[in-house]
Design a protein around this ligand. Structure first.
Ligand code: EPZ
Length: 420
């Protein structure tokens, strides 16, 4: 399949979009299967995502049996065959680092390639390593690999994260479920995906309290058992489609999703002029088009603040809103790569360090643009939906890492979008 998308701007969106299971929950939930010899079944799992397929390859390499049936995946790591997560698998998908904690806890040994940085930042994993050392792991970094051992198993400990880390919290929390004794994690991440993972671990028999707050207490158990867990809906996909219909005008019913984890984002989108309401298990969003939106200021923060994963999409919205808006990115050091591409479409954006001023323009002009990372790519697709003329987005493999069938979901609601 080609890796370009063609979009003809100006179409309103009207219809229903099924929201997929959350990528940033499913990736960790799949790694939790390594904590037990028994079967873990995940439903509502976004199995067609490139990142999920990469992770399934890695889990099979380690020794798990992975069976995908539609949105359900069953994972059984009866035996650990190979406790190395090799560079060529890890470099494709940074979240592979999430096998480190479970492998150490269950198998007492792991050799995981350092994930390396990515387009949006250096993405260090020092908190993951320090947290696991607190649980008694002996960890040596050598030849680009994390060599970790806990020959007598992990032991509960107390660790305060120097800075809130979403996957750092999850990696150490998973490891602690099988450690001897009690583990207390302070300055822990509060993302809903952390709570979703804790719910699944509890279903497997883990003893976890305080997930969703900044202090999580885990009491280790000897073994975890089989469980079935439904992956929470993807709040970033949900937010992305809210902005899409805010920009194009129209009405979307987002199926099987919730506003529960979206208060910071929803408050700002409503302030900008988009109407959003929960309708049972669905979310109804109505927009009057980009020209009707008001510019607002936003600063990304760890949950429950405004999510950094919505920053690029929000900037696209501001680029055609009335007035100006300021975007400050506080989480990652290089997450403005969508800016030059949006400027090529006529957006008026100036960047000063980690802040950008966006002055709304009447309209964007379609152009050939380049995707650089997952959320920047979708921000360019949103710009294409509302730009005058045609937009071609290149390197859309970035998109397929995090959005299931984006072209299908949008064209089913009236967008003129297709793969080239
Ligand atoms: C998770 O990344 C998500 N990825 C990211 O989503 C998301 O943007 C991010 O959380 C923030 O919400 C997954 O869940 C797979 P962090 P993560 O650890 O865990 C620094 C997407 O688009 N830090 O919370 O890697 C780090 O550099 C992706 O879906 C350390 O210094 O983010 C960053 O500045 C992008 N040392 C800050 O903390 C560490 O050991 C927050 O990072 C870990 C992190």
């Amino acid at each position: 399949m080609s890796d370009k998308i063609l979009i003809k701007g100006g179409k309103k969106l009207k219809g229903e979009i099924p929201i997929s299971g959350a990528k940033n929950a499913a990736l960790k939930l799949a790694c939790a299967s390594l904590l037990t010899e028994e079967q873990l079944t995940l439903t509502n799992s976004p199995n067609t995502l490139r990142d999920m397929k990469s992770l399934f390859d890695l889990l099979q390499h380690i020794g798990a049996d992975v069976v995908v049936k539609g949105k359900t995946v069953s994972l059984t790591a009866a035996k650990i065959k190979d406790d190395t997560a090799p560079y060529d698998l890890v470099r494709k998908m940074r979240a592979s680092i999430m096998v480190l904690g479970p492998l150490l806890a269950r198998h007492h040994k792991a050799r995981v390639s350092l994930p390396g940085g990515c387009a949006i930042g250096t993405r260090p994993v020092d908190f993951h390593i320090e947290g696991l050392r607190t649980l008694g792991a002996k960890i040596v970094l050598e030849d680009g690999y994390i060599n970790a051992k806990a020959s007598k198993g992990l032991v509960g400990g107390e660790y305060t994260f120097p800075r809130v880390s979403h996957t750092g919290t999850e990696n150490v929390m998973m490891a602690a479920t099988l450690a001897k004794g009690v583990t207390v994690l302070r300055n822990a991440a509060k993302e809903p995906e952390v709570v979703d993972l804790a719910d699944c671990l509890r279903a497997m028999g883990a003893k976890i309290k305080g997930d969703g707050t900044d202090t999580i207490t885990i009491t280790g158990v000897a073994k975890l058992k089989a469980a079935k867990h439904s992956v929470m809906p993807d709040r970033i996909e949900t937010g992305t489609f809210m902005i899409a219909v805010g920009l194009t005008g129209g009405e979307l019913l987002l199926k099987n999703t919730t506003l529960a984890h979206q208060s910071a984002l929803v408050a700002l989108l409503k302030q900008a002029g988009i109407s959003i309401e929960q309708k049972g298990k669905n979310v109804l969003v109505k927009g009057k088009g980009g020209h009707s939106l008001q510019g607002v200021d936003v600063m990304t923060e760890a949950y429950p603040g405004f999510p950094t994963d919505m920053q690029a999409q929000f900037m696209t919205m501001l680029s055609v809103a009335n007035g100006a808006g300021m975007v400050t990115e506080t989480i990652f050091e290089n997450r403005f790569m969508h800016v030059p591409e949006l400027c090529r479409m006529g957006a008026k954006i100036t960047v000063h360090g980690s802040s950008a001023i966006i002055r709304g323009v009447d309209k964007l002009k379609g152009a050939e643009v380049m995707a650089t990372d997952l959320r920047a790519s979708v921000a360019l697709v949103l710009a294409g939906l509302v730009a005058e003329g045609e937009t071609v987005v290149n390197r859309i493999y970035h998109l397929e890492r995090g959005y299931e069938d984006l072209v299908g979901k949008l064209s089913a609601c009236g967008a003129a979008i297709s793969r080239l």
